[in-house]
Write a protein that binds this ligand. Structure first.
Ligand SMILES: Nc1ncnc2c1ncn2[C@@H]1O[C@H](COP(=O)(O)OP(=O)(O)O)[C@@H](O)[C@H]1O
Ligand SMILES: O=C(CO)[C@H](O)[C@H](O)COP(=O)(O)O
Length: 532
């Protein structure tokens, strides 16, 4: 609940829907979090590579968390609302009711999640067209984007879903529609996941070439005809019905939304870090790479002119910071991979018992176990003969190959907690090496990155942060406000309210208070890691 002495401030509500939960925050006009709440959301995996969610379930979770964060706050002080979410595909019929995206006909499951890889054959065919729009997604379209998923629906669920569908939304746009009744889409998801161009709009020849000419025929009414920039106000703001459900005042400004990684990028990339002697201090904002690390990791770098990086998504114009081009590298599973490796190990039950006896999280427990077994050696020496290839769910960047699989070398006939801790370490190192691979590919194409800005759930893990510093050799800035993704969503609400006319003005206004940042500039403990 918010504290009484901050009541004279204006506030903005940010709602962030990640893969595992919905979260809301009440953010002050100074950029600080006054209240935070989180609620889990459901996921279904009916078969391999199929990942589904429910838009009703997600909206209900948004309502629960929003009601919690505004408890006790004078409603007149809440000025705006912004959403961000994963780029999952939501399907509604012509009466705005959920439609099933599965053979079972379960209409509760009406979302094909971003991490769903069912459309592998469709994306392969799309990539074979070599259509010019592919130039703006790193040269290769990802199975995680929307066109292959739409084609899959047309080819596999024509009767039960495709023919009945009235609206296909990216999840961030679904949420802003639900709040306002406005069907306008945000430029961010459309440019990043749907091949829309900020300059020239939809490319008719692309949709025709991939057999989705249906969208052209009905003038794109199902996928978006009005497009707004992230942070632009939508219609007349929050509808009375949505206001009641969310526990917010009707009519407050609601912003065109962002994809979650982009909100995280927005939340951290403009931070004031003066006085810490960081290489980026006197450099342009383009020397910063925001890395949003949750279920997946997303690497967001911006530039004044378009940079084409093979295997890295983009360049996208104005999709994150207005006026800048964005390149987005990514690793499809990072948090999810660590969980998979740790929970699947024979010593996992032993770890759970040990962690709960010490009132620690399993990761704190594993990190201190590693400290105890490394003795005086650098951590890197513990995994000299144990290596993980982390592409258990394909490689998003820079290899852009969804068929790649994971691999571990150096396994032994042992079930001990030591083995589990070492496998965990090797997995974290492999993920950090993946970030380095992405970074080097971006630099080879023209980016010049001097500092990493990390946020997301994994940035709360000191080992994960340390390995990224060691393996990239770059200083890492951690935001004092750990929920940076929510700050990004709230910035949208602040812009929509008219209190700040642009994202850049918001950065300037909050600069002084956000200067108090915890900086993590770690040494290059293991130069050896750089050579792996
Ligand atoms: N305190 C923590 N220590 C270690 N890992 C954490 C911590 N908090 C969250 N994580 C990890 O971060 C990941 C989830 O991050 P989050 O940003 O919540 O993801 P998403 O946005 O995809 O829902 C999970 O893999 C979780 O295990
Ligand atoms: O493709 C995305 C961003 O462009 C996805 O939304 C993202 O990778 C999933 O995010 P998270 O790991 O935070 O749940």
């Amino acid at each position: 609940m918010a504290s009484g002495k901050q009541e004279q401030m204006n506030y903005y509500v940010g709602i962030d829907v990640g893969t595992g939960s919905a979260r809301a925050a009440l953010v002050s006009q100074q950029g600080t979090l006054a209240a935070y709440a989180e609620y889990p959301i459901r996921k279904w995996e009916p078969q391999a590579d199929h990942h589904e969610q429910s838009s009703d379930d997600i909206w209900a979770a948004c309502c629960i968390v929003t009601k919690k964060v505004v408890q006790g706050i004078d409603a007149a002080r809440i000025r705006g609302l912004g959403f961000d979410a994963t780029c999952s595909l939501v399907v509604l019929d012509k009466q705005f009711q959920p439609l099933p995206v599965n053979q079972e006909g379960d209409s509760n499951r009406n979302i094909i999640m971003w991490m769903d890889h069912r459309a592998a054959s469709q994306v392969e065919r799309i990539n074979r067209t070599r259509h010019q729009v592919l130039k703006f997604v790193g040269g290769v379209m990802s199975v995680e984007m929307q066109p292959p998923k739409l084609l899959w629906l047309k080819e596999n669920l024509r009767e039960s879903c495709w023919n009945k569908a009235g609206h296909f939304f990216d999840l961030p746009d679904f949420l802003s529609w639900k709040a306002t009744g406005v069907l306008a889409r945000s430029l961010c998801p459309l440019v990043c996941k749907w091949t829309y161009s900020a300059d020239s709009g939809w490319d008719e020849s692309f949709w025709k070439m991939i057999n989705l000419e249906d969208f052209v025929a009905d003038n794109y009414s199902k996928i978006g005809t009005q497009v707004l920039s992230p942070g632009d106000p939508l219609g007349k703001g929050l509808t009375p019905e949505a206001a009641k459900e969310l526990g917010l005042p009707a009519g407050i400004a609601v912003a065109a939304s962002l994809i979650d990684a982009h909100a995280g990028g927005l939340g951290v990339i403009g931070a004031d870090v003066k006085g810490y002697n960081l290489p980026c201090e006197n450099q342009s904002i383009t020397s910063r790479l925001a890395v949003i690390c949750g279920t997946s990791s997303c690497h967001m770098g911006i530039s004044p002119n378009p940079i084409f990086v093979p295997g890295i998504w983009g360049p996208y114009f104005s999709a994150m910071v207005p006026g800048f081009w964005l390149n987005e590298g990514g690793q499809s599973v990072t948090g999810r991979l660590i969980e998979h490796v740790v929970q699947g190990h024979a010593a996992y039950p032993e770890l759970q018992v040990k962690a709960s006896a010490r009132f620690q999280s399993i990761y704190t427990c594993l990190n201190s176990h590693l400290d105890s077994i490394k003795k005086s050696l650098p951590l890197g020496f513990l995994t000299v003969d144990l290596h993980v290839w982390p592409d258990f769910h394909g490689n998003r960047s820079p290899l852009a190959d969804l068929t790649l699989k994971g691999m571990v070398t150096g396994l032994r006939l042992s079930h001990s907690l030591d083995d589990l801790a070492l496998l965990y370490l090797a997995t974290v190192q492999a993920i950090a090496l993946g970030t380095r691979h992405i970074l080097e590919t971006m630099e080879a194409a023209g980016h010049s990155i001097s500092t990493l800005f990390l946020c997301g759930g994994l940035s709360k893990n000191p080992l994960f942060v340390q390995m990224h510093a060691d393996i990239t050799g770059l200083p890492i800035v951690l935001s004092q406000e750990v929920e940076s993704v929510l700050v990004g969503a709230a910035i949208l609400g602040a812009c929509a309210s008219g209190d700040f006319t642009s994202v850049q003005r918001y950065y300037r206004a909050i600069g002084s208070s956000r200067g108090r940042r915890e900086l993590k500039e770690e040494g290059r403990e293991t130069e050896r890691q750089r050579q792996l």
